[in-house]
Design a protein around this ligand. Sequence first.
Ligand SMILES: [Ca+2]
Ligand SMILES: [Ca+2]
Length: 259
Amino acid sequence: MYTRIMAGLGSLVVCVLASVAVAANTTDFTRPYDVDTNTVVLYHVDNTATDEVGFHDGVLYGDAGYVPAKFGSGLGLDGSGDYMRAGNVHVDPSRDLSQGTVELWFKLDQAPPNFVLTGSGTEYGSYWDDGFFFGRHTGYSNNLVFMLWSGSWEVADTGMAPESLVGEWHHAAGTWGPAGLEVWLDGQVMGTNPYTGGLPNPSYQTMLIGTDAWTWATPGVIDEVRVSDVQRRLVPEPATLILAVMLGSLVLVLARRRR
Ligand SMILES: [Ca+2]
Ligand SMILES: [Ca+2]
C-alpha cells in the first residue's frame, strides 16, 4: 500500500514537473522567451529578423549580420552604420503605452562615449529620439541608462559604467508602469525613477536596435530582443521549481527502494 501511494505520488510530481517544463517561458531571462499576450515584439535573431509575434519583422542595415550569440545567433554590429530597424511596434495592432518592458542581451566590443542598444523616435539620421532610450548618453550620465522621453528625459541609471561590461554577455531591461521607471541588469533592479507617465508618443517613427536617430552605434552583439506592454518582473528559474525536482526525485527513489 505504502509503495503504491509513493509510486503514485512520484508519478504525480513527474507529471507536474513535465507540465512546468513545457510551459511558456516569459520571465526567466536566462532562457529564450516564448510569446504571450503582452509580447509586443520578440526577436530571437537566429539567422533571421523575424518577429515571433508576427507583426513587425526587422530589417538589417549597414553591414549588420548574424553572428554566434547568447542563444544561437544574434545581431553582429561593427560600431559604424549597422543596425536593425523594427518600425513603430506599438501600432498595427495598437498597444498599451501606460506600461512596458524593453529588454535584450548584449556583449560590447567597446564602450563609446555615446551608444544605444535600442531606442525609439525618428528615422536613423533624423536626429530626434522621443520614445525609449537604452544605452549611454553622456549628456545625462556616464553610466548605462534607460530613459523615457516626456518632453525631457526621465532617467533610470544603472550606476554601472559600460566600460566594466565590455566583453561579457549581460541582460538589460528597462521597464515603465505602476512601479515607476526601472533599469535592470542581469536580473537585478539597478536604478529607478518615480516617473509613471508611460510612453508619451504613440506615433514615433521607428524602434532601432543597435543605434538610434542620432546614429549612435553600438559595437558588439545583441540577442533576444523583446518589447512587452506590461511591466515585467524578470527572474531566473524559480527556486521552488528546483526544490520540486529534488523532492520528486526523492519520492521516486523511496518508492523504488520499498518494492
Ligand atoms: Ca538568438
Ligand atoms: Ca558597419
